[in-house]
Design a protein around this ligand. Structure first.
Ligand SMILES: Nc1nc2c(ncn2[C@@H]2O[C@H](COP(=O)(O)OP(=O)(O)OP(=O)(O)O)[C@@H](O)[C@H]2O)c(=O)[nH]1
Ligand SMILES: [Mg+2]
Length: 388
């Protein structure tokens, strides 16, 4: 079976695994380390901020804090809160639209696979290829095929068209255990620490997440824990302004100090939720992983049981590499939830099945676009419905 799978991967999707690795490597190259104290000479205009932040994503070195500077709580004049635009139907449509690329790939391949075919080993082999090239991963693909085979046998199914329905059913079964929306369990403040590799979508997810909480009538404070580069704080401030919430930041480069201060400030002001941004880091860089575990320890000293949620942001484009990122971050920090971003830009939406099978972790949110309303609470049924 695995020999056969290896052949398929080689023959039909030569770019699959190497590309995922290359993409991560490319990102690493794009972001050479900056000197810890490097500063942006002039603050960019708001319209330029996103661009600046996106183009300057360093791999973080271990900045040493030599001097402590006072914490600044930014209380700017901010734009009025956006009105809630999308109702329930808009919500489901948005997910469907976001998953267009994966759906188009699956639909066209599955339709030509099932139409007028008989159920035989060749059909299962083709189905295997389709799933693998959608980044479902080897173990989830094997699991899905075995379950479908068992159902075909048990129910004497002869019509290949019925396999599509079975695939849908088995996928929902596989994904339902990781459908586990975030529940804010009475902690005050509830502290969410957001981590992930460079460019995964952490800061953008924080902006969107803040909007979700505000819509639930919760108060939010954002901590600019990516202290490595000035542009990171500015990018977060833009999201703070969009949401009309305060962003706690600090001139010096110690993420623990900023987050510590934000939590104390939230306690004093009775704010419900603190969301802490952190600098992007590759899981292969041990000193950076050690550094983030230190941040977690400091948060815990500040507030018992905090951080309540350690949210790992994964870019769906990284495909199977997302699984290795998850494993390493989980070993270091104990990941409690995931946000899978950029599903709108990829045909690799099958990676969710790989996560569910190989490293089951509560999938809290999916990102289906760049705007403020493009973060959705993950729902297995809704997701699979949007795929077929
Ligand atoms: N299409 C799409 N783009 C997204 C999504 N989430 C984030 N992005 C984009 O991805 C890029 C990187 O996002 P950031 O939020 O800056 O990523 P980050 O993890 O904070 O990056 P670093 O701070 O450099 O580590 C930005 O251009 C975002 O607009 C998504 O769900 N869909
Ligand atoms: Mg960021």
């Amino acid at each position: 079976m695995f020999e056969f799978l290896k052949k398929i991967i080689k023959k039909d999707s030569p770019e699959k695994k190497p590309v995922a690795k290359k993409e991560v490597a490319k990102k690493a190259q794009k972001k050479p380390p900056l000197a810890p104290k490097q500063k942006v000479a002039k603050a960019p205009k708001i319209s330029d901020k996103k661009k600046t932040a996106a183009s300057a994503k360093p791999i973080k070195n271990t900045p040493k804090v030599t001097e402590k500077k006072p914490v600044v709580i930014l209380e700017k004049e901010v734009a009025p809160k956006e009105e809630k635009k999308s109702g329930f139907f808009g919500f489901a449509d948005k997910i469907k639209k976001g998953l267009t690329k994966t759906r188009e790939k699956l639909t066209s391949e599955l339709t030509s696979l099932f139409t007028g075919k008989k159920i035989d080993e060749a059909l299962f082999e083709e189905l295997e290829t389709i799933l693998l090239t959608s980044d479902v991963g080897i173990s989830a693909t094997t699991y899905l095929l075995d379950s479908i085979r068992a159902s075909v046998k048990k129910n004497n199914i002869e019509n290949a068209d019925e396999i599509k329905g079975l695939l849908k059913e088995k996928l929902i079964e596989l994904l339902t255990p990781i459908e586990s929306p975030l529940v804010l369990k009475g902690a005050n403040p509830y502290v969410i620490m957001v981590v992930g590799v460079n460019g995964a979508g952490k800061t953008t997810t924080i902006g969107k997440l803040t909007k979700i909480f505000l819509d639930e009538n919760k108060s939010v404070l954002i901590a600019a824990g990516d202290t490595f580069r000035a542009a990171a704080t500015e990018q977060l401030q833009v999201w703070g302004e969009r949401n009309n919430v305060h962003v706690v930041s600090q001139a010096s480069g110690d993420p623990s100090a900023v987050i510590f201060d934000a939590i104390n400030s939230a306690k004093a002001k009775n704010i419900d939720i603190v969301i802490a941004d952190t600098a992007g880091r590759l899981p292969t860089q041990k000193h950076l992983i050690d550094e983030i575990t230190k941040v977690k320890r400091v948060i815990n000293k500040c507030h018992e049981e905090a951080p309540h949620e350690i949210l790992l942001v994964l870019d769906a484009n990284t495909g199977q590499n997302a699984i290795s990122q998850l494993k390493i971050f989980n070993e270091a920090l104990g990941i409690t939830g995931l946000a899978l971003t950029k599903l709108d830009g990829t045909a690799k939406g099958g990676v969710i099945a790989a996560i569910a099978k190989e490293q089951p972790t509560p999938l809290r949110y999916i990102g289906v676009g760049e705007s403020i309303d493009d973060l959705k609470v993950f729902n297995a049924q809704e997701y699979v419905d949007a795929l077929f």
